[in-house]
Design a protein around this ligand. Structure first.
Ligand code: RAM
Length: 515
């Protein structure tokens, strides 16, 4: 994709230093699976007291989610080692990962993401420093083969944990509500782990800057760490490598050099507008607004070309595909219209901030025109809810996005959401990711349903907490614990920043116990 050198050079100077913290395991454990598929964790004899032979194993528990580099101090006892120690390491964010067989994974994304490693060690004592960064709370160390003439000792294990989130800057969140406090704590930890050189989506996978994820991470960041320069860097990274037509990518690699990925997502490109608007509102950084405003407006312009004469977004292929949620059955026609409306509204506000009066007025006219048109096009008069596509699919996503887009007023939006709740679940295409649940909570708040929004936060994110989460997950379908769009849960990420919504919503809308 064509590089924009000025933005590239600016971005290159903005990468943050990572804060390094050495963390030792809290305890050694055993983990068993129970009949319901859950896991049970028990304390075990300390790892450093053991003399290991072939086939022995132990699990280190680091007490919380870590993102970093593991070092093991290895030694040998007995006769002089006459063969290498062959060791396997397995890292798990969620203990369930230990019960999934990597060899059985047949999914469509690379099994290279599965966090296992095998090493051969010839000479003792030695410090075994793993070169790759891992995301985990637990590490299983298993000896595949040790010669009968000696035993292996792991004298010490520790991890050099890395993050660009500075805990000294973390704003306090005070509440008497234990559940809210718990959700906030887990959400902040999730964000902390994903704040690296950029806002990553997840430190296990894809370890990369995605625009849709960035929008939500930035929102949570404004309520927590307020490291706004990291948002700024990410915006410049997206602006620094755009398609020939000027579309920003859905995600960007930063190593070995900055390079946009080739896959394009219609909705993610549009969210450049909202992310810039949110950033400007928080930072009042005029220079960035002025420099990136044309890139933002370009996204709207490209999307506007997809509208038919009726004002409805048609074939979105020229801008890639529409993401919305990881539910593969979802019809995205109505959601795409909602996202367009939502970003049109934000573009209008952005033009206003810029003092670009003419543009702001033109967008405002378009917005007023398109809201009723979208309502009419997608609202089904029989059921009273929005439908999408030829099959007239009813989904949570369509309702939430058209509500957020302003196709209906808050009262009607609230009625629509209530109607959906009363429908038979089988009739409704469900949400499967915290990303989409964030949008649902947002829609509830837009419809002045704060009580309900809080209940959803507590029930959905609380569900993950009750399953033992240390950080919130990429996918969570309370009705299907095997939910994965990838063809296997072993590659799912269990620390995914698009799920840090509780820190954003709780702190912004329910401060100091005003529930
Ligand atoms: C997943 C990523 C990311 C998301 C994209 C669309 O693979 O982990 O979080 O934004 O999909």
């Amino acid at each position: 994709m064509p590089v924009v050198p000025y933005f590239r050079e600016k971005a290159e100077k903005m990468f943050p230093e990572l804060i390094e913290t050495w963390v030792s395991p809290l305890r050694t454990v055993t983990i068993d699976q129970n009949e319901e598929g859950g896991t049970e964790i028990h304390r075990d004899a300390e790892y450093c007291t053991r003399e290991l032979n072939s086939g022995d194993e132990f699990i280190l528990d680091f007490g919380d989610h870590q993102t970093g580099y593991l070092t093991l101090e290895l030694a040998a006892t007995g006769h002089h080692p006459d063969a290498p120690a062959w060791i396997e390491l397995q890292f798990a964010e969620n203990p369930r990962e230990f019960f999934e067989n990597p060899k059985e994974y047949r999914g469509w994304i690379s099994s290279g993401w599965i966090q296992t490693e095998q090493v051969h060690v010839d000479v003792f004592p030695t410090s075994l420093v793993l070169p790759r960064r891992y995301a985990f709370r637990y590490v299983k160390v298993r000896t595949i083969s040790i010669s009968q003439n000696y035993h292996l000792l792991v004298r010490k294990a520790r991890v050099k944990a890395v993050s660009s989130a500075d805990d000294n800057r973390l704003l306090a969140y005070k509440t008497e509500d234990a559940r809210a406090a718990q959700l906030d704590r887990l959400a902040v930890r999730t964000l902390h782990e994903c704040m690296q050189k950029v806002f990553e989506d997840g430190p296990k996978r894809d370890r990369r800057l995605w625009l849709g994820d960035l929008r939500m991470e930035a929102l949570a960041n404004y309520e927590t760490y307020r490291q706004n320069d990291l948002v700024k860097l990410c915006l410049y990274l997206f602006a620094s490598d755009v398609t020939e037509r000027g579309q920003v990518a859905a995600n960007v690699f930063i190593e070995p050099r900055i390079e946009a990925d080739f896959g394009l997502l219609f909705d993610y490109s549009l969210f450049f507008i909202s992310t810039l608007l949110d950033y400007y509102r928080q930072s009042q950084d005029r220079e960035t607004l002025e420099e990136l405003y044309p890139t933002a407006m370009k996204q709207l312009e490209l999307a506007a070309q997809l509208k038919g004469s009726d004002g409805i977004i048609g074939d979105i292929a020229p801008m890639g595909i529409c993401f919305i949620d990881w539910n593969l059955d979802l019809d995205k026609t109505a959601s795409a219209q909602g996202v367009y409306l939502y970003c049109l509204g934000d573009a209008m506000k952005l033009a206003d901030c810029m003092g670009d009066k003419e543009k702001a007025e033109a967008l405002s006219r378009e917005y007023s025109l398109l809201k009723p048109v979208s309502r009419e096009q997608f609202l089904d008069t029989t059921t009273g809810v929005f439908v999408s596509g030829k099959q007239k699919q009813i989904s949570w996503a369509s309702q939430c996005w058209l509500i957020l887009g302003g196709a209906v007023d808050p009262d009607e939006g609230a009625q629509i959401l209530r109607r959906l709740e009363q429908m038979n679940e089988k009739q409704v295409c469900q949400m499967v990711s915290p990303y989409m649940y964030h949008v649902y909570v947002d829609a509830l708040i837009a419809c002045k349903q704060k009580e309900k929004a809080l209940a959803v936060l507590k029930e959905y994110w609380g569900g993950m907490a009750d399953e033992g989460a240390d950080t919130f997950w990429e996918l969570y379908n309370p009705k299907n614990s095997r939910e994965s769009p990838y063809g296997g849960t072993i590659v799912n990420s269990y620390c995914h920043a698009w799920s840090c919504a509780p820190a954003y919503f709780l702190r912004k809308y329910y401060p100091s116990d005003q529930k």
